[in-house]
Design a binder for this molecule. Structure first.
Ligand code: FES
Length: 127
């Protein structure tokens, strides 16, 4: 069982964009497409870094976020890992070097949270 938390009004989240928010000590990302939102922890499963701040900058398109550190890509809706540690700061590195950058960490998805929009307000369930 989790606790439902109000994240804000839907209009505070740019349509087609990804927004980093903090609530009650939880760092989250909110992806919005129209009236639909997806929420996940703002923590890359590779090394635990922010998905919204880093040397590669915020990269988000069509529901997919790319980690600003080592380019892993994730579907924010499902949490699925789409690409694992392919470079640094948005630049691709040779395939042979990727396992070195991965530091032995195996591909893993995002921690997603259940989110709803009611009466123009975004809510999420946090543990
Ligand atoms: S910290 Fe995100 S891919 Fe390395």
């Amino acid at each position: 069982m989790g606790t439902e938390v109000r994240l804000g009004s839907l209009s505070e989240f740019r349509d087609g964009g990804l927004t980093g928010v903090e609530t009650g000590g939880h760092r989250l990302i909110v992806g919005r497409k129209g009236d639909e939102v997806h929420v996940a922890r703002n923590r890359c499963p590779h090394l635990g870094f922010s998905l919204t701040r880093g040397p590669g900058g915020l990269r988000y398109e069509d529901g997919v976020v790319q980690c600003p550190w080592h380019n892993s890509r994730f579907d924010v809706g499902t949490g699925e890992n789409l690409d694992w540690v392919s470079g640094f700061a948005g630049r691709t590195v040779p395939r042979w070097s990727r396992s070195l950058i991965a530091l032995g960490r195996k591909p893993h998805g995002l921690d997603t949270l259940s989110a709803t929009v009611r009466d123009g307000t975004v809510y999420v369930i946090v543990e």
